[in-house]
Ligand binder design. Structure first.
Ligand code: FNR
Length: 366
């Protein structure tokens, strides 16, 4: 007996349903994280150490939480981040997320390792719907160049280069289940060895030599904004600004890469004061992902200075359990939570979100 969709009242409820109904291998791939999963846990725990200092007697009859990300207007400050192998959870794969993103006017990031082909995901978009490309850089740069140029030609509005994965992390839950990827479009011309789990089997083409010196080359082959996904220290945010990229995602890949990496929200709290001190806060758009499950998490990130946040697993779980209707409801729940919590904090628009609305004293001292 599957719980009714109407009985999912928040994003965590979808995870509980997915754990019960998903095939072991698919659940293992989606839910797993590196080593002892300490960073996975921390991605949630860090948000729980931030408290609010709400303002009273502010007119919040109307609250407006629309914003822009890389120049695109969105209904709410989150995007659907790139997650590989959508068909493990749902026969139709990533296009389910495309349709839900359309309905809620949010941006979808298309993964290099999607189950659907890139063109299928582009074709599933409608009208002026905006999509971004997540890029794993191939050792064969000619392949990478073709992917980037094709994405730009098909209208992608941002190039997110994943920089936290010179090698895929050890996700032992995934390795143990040793399952075969059923419906993947993923072709990289490499012999795949499934004994290490799904993730490692499909990622052997990724170039571990990728480095800062390569960024100008990316700049030379595309006009899309370039964003580095997986930045984990303020020093590298400063380097990213120097390299002239348009954004960074402070992220530890959902805890799936280096265990004991800090959470994105903590790296954000470390980063913004330095940028403000140096007068650099307007030079780059800062995003975070990892562990965002509530609108209060989104609000905390925006108060600290993020332009927006990425959300991964919750939409995969909603899709796996209920298809489009699940993802639709998950996004609507976030909008409902957002409206209420903006009111309760005393902010009528995202411009009014700032550090003074929070107490972060226990974020680092705990
Ligand atoms: C990911 N993530 C990811 N990132 C990336 O750059 N390329 C990829 O192919 C994938 N694939 C992927 C698969 C699955 C199943 C998960 C859960 C995650 C990382 C993803 O973009 C993002 O950083 C995290 O998922 C954010 O954390 P939450 O929202 O899942 O907690």
């Amino acid at each position: 007996e599957m719980p009714l969709l109407e009985q999912c009242y928040n994003l965590l409820d979808f995870e509980a349903v997915a754990r019960r109904i998903m095939k072991k291998g698919a659940w293992g791939y989606y839910s797993s994280a590196a080593d002892d999963e300490i960073t996975l846990r921390e991605n949630h725990a860090a948000f729980h150490r931030i408290w609010f200092r709400p303002k009273i007697l502010v007119d919040v009859e109307k609250v407006d939480f629309t914003t822009t990300m890389l120049g695109t207007k969105v209904d709410i400050p989150f995007y659907v981040t790139a997650t590989a192998l959508g068909k493990l959870g749902h026969v139709e794969g990533e296009v389910v997320l495309t349709r839900a993103a359309r309905k809620h006017n949010v941006i979808q990031m298309i993964p290099t390792l999607a189950s659907c082909s890139f063109d299928e995901i582009i074709d599933a978009a409608e009208g002026d719907q905006v999509q971004w490309l997540q890029l794993y850089v191939n050792k064969d740069r000619a392949i990478t160049q073709r992917i980037v140029e094709h994405a730009e030609k098909r209208g992608c509005k941002g190039l997110f280069i994943t920089v936290d994965a010179p090698q895929l992390g050890r996700r032992e839950k995934d390795m143990r289940s040793k399952f075969t990827d059923p419906g993947s479009n993923v072709q990289n011309g490499q012999q795949t060895d499934n004994s290490q789990g799904a993730a490692r089997a499909i990622s052997s083409f990724i170039d571990p030599r990728l480095c800062w010196a390569d960024i100008p080359w990316f700049r030379s082959i595309t006009k899309m904004p370039i964003i580095l996904k997986g930045v984990q220290r303020v020093e590298d945010v400063l380097k990213a600004i120097e390299a002239g990229v348009q954004g960074v995602v402070l992220s530890n890949h959902g805890g799936r890469q280096l265990d004991f990496a800090r959470s994105g929200i903590e790296v954000l709290a470390e980063t913004m004061p330095v940028l403000r001190e140096l007068g650099l806060e307007d030079k780059i758009e800062i995003y975070i992902d990892g562990g965002i499950r509530r609108a209060t998490d989104i609000i905390k990130a925006l108060c600290l200075g993020a332009k927006g946040v990425g959300i991964g697993r919750p939409f995969l779980y909603a899709m796996s359990a209920y298809g489009f209707d699940g993802v639709d409801r998950a996004m609507q729940l976030l909008k409902d939570e957002m409206e209420m919590n903006m009111r309760l904090i005393g902010a009528a628009s995202v411009e009014e979100l700032n550090p003074s609305l929070m107490d972060t004293r226990s974020l680092f001292n705990h």
